[in-house]
Structures are given as C-alpha cells and as structure tokens.
Design a protein around this ligand. Structure first.
Ligand code: URA
Length: 213
C-alpha cells in the first residue's frame, strides 16, 4: 500500500520495524515474541499519546521555581480486547503507568467470524476519558467494530485503535463502521485469508503471546 488510507497512522520507526520482523519469524519463542511485543507497544505508545493535552504547573528545582509542563488530567484508559490485547497493554502501561484499564472479552465465532461478547469491565467516568483500544491484529475488523460500538455507548471523549498488524480489509471494515476512529499500526500486510488470518502476518497472536495452541 503506497498511500495511507485516511485516519491511519503507520508507525514506521526503524526500531519498531526491526522488532516486528523478529516477531514474525516462525521460530521466535514465546518468550521472545512476548518481550518484543512489549517493547514495540512502548514505542507505539509514544506516537499514540503525542496529542495528549498538557498543563502548566509550578515546581521547584534545587535552584529555582519554574513553570513546567505535565500531562493534563489522568483520564486516559487503555481498553484491552482479550486476550491478545493484554500483550500490547503491558508495554503501554510501562510508559503510561497511571492510565486506567478496561477489558472487553470477545471471541470469534469460528464459523461466522463474528465477534461474541463474554466480558466487559470499564473504569468509572468513561464520558470524561480518552480511550485507546489495544488488540495486536486488526484482521476482519469484527472484534474492533464490536468493541468500538460498545464503548461509544459510554460517550467517551475520544477513541483510538492500536494494533500491531492490519490489512486493507481490516482497515476498510473498521473505517466503514467507524471512520472517526484513528488506527495506529506498525504494518499493513497484503491481505486477509479465508480463515480470517492476516498474510503474511505472524500467525495467531494470542497463541504466540501465551504459548498456547
Ligand atoms: N488474529 C490473529 O491472531 N492472527 C491473524 O492473522 C488474524 C487474527
């Protein structure tokens, strides 16, 4: 894909791309895969939080009083789509340790590939919060669409979607349903296969993070 679709942010930093290549390799161990995902997620958090509002505060250095800047409010919430989202969540929390965390449990019906909700737990005051949804793979888009729909019912201030990998079909599906939700990704792969997997991709992200099969 040469031109980026609207409202898609490709995080093309050499460190992110290098680590992603190592993760894709089929011989990468669970330990390596999980560590690299955490590292990439911390790097992606840097881009995703770039537009966070700041405020001035008075502080004292050992030498004088100064006006310095801090992040305004503590209203960021990371929403992890279980279970693979937790692989990104940890890396994000490493750099934004004060953020709140919500979880959405969705599984893909293997026949229809549609998302079925089994868990939904959010912090209070969602209408005052900026939401960053995390899920490593934006594939069919069904889980992402279901999660965004559910979260919009809570009237949050904003919603962003962060994944490690996506494909043209995933972007088109999420943006057909929710064009207002920016997508942050480290790569846009070639295509989705008939089983809902991204090609060339990296396989099943949840299995690779948790060492299951
Ligand atoms: N979920 C995954 O874990 N991998 C894919 O390729 C698509 C969806």
């Amino acid at each position: 894909m040469t031109t980026l679709p609207a409202n898609v942010h490709l995080i093309d930093h050499p460190l992110v791309q290098h680590k992603l290549t190592l993760m894709r390799k089929k011989e990468a161990s669970t330990n390596t895969f999980r560590r690299l995902l955490g590292e990439i997620s911390s790097l992606m958090a840097y881009e995703v939080t770039r537009d966070m509002p700041m405020q001035d505060v008075q502080i004292e250095t050992p030498l004088e009083t100064m006006t310095a800047r801090v992040i305004d409010g503590k209203k960021l919430v990371f929403v992890s789509i279980l279970r693979a989202g937790n692989g990104i969540l940890e890396g994000m929390l490493n750099v934004v340790p004060g953020a709140r965390v919500g979880h959405v449990g969705l599984y893909r019906d293997p026949k229809t590939l549609t998302a079925v909700e089994y868990y939904f737990k959010m912090p209070q005051d969602m209408q005052e919060r900026d939401i960053v949804i995390v899920d490593p793979m934006l594939a069919t888009g069904n889980s992402a669409i279901a999660a965004v729909e559910r979260l919009k019912e809570l009237n949050p201030k904003s919603i962003k979607f962060v994944c490690l990998l996506t494909c043209p079909e995933g972007i088109a599906a999420l943006h057909r349903a929710h064009p207002d939700v920016p997508i942050y990704t480290a790569a846009i792969d070639r295509q989705l296969n008939e089983h809902g997997y991204i090609l060339p991709g990296l396989g099943d992200a949840g299995d690779r993070i948790f060492g299951t099969k």
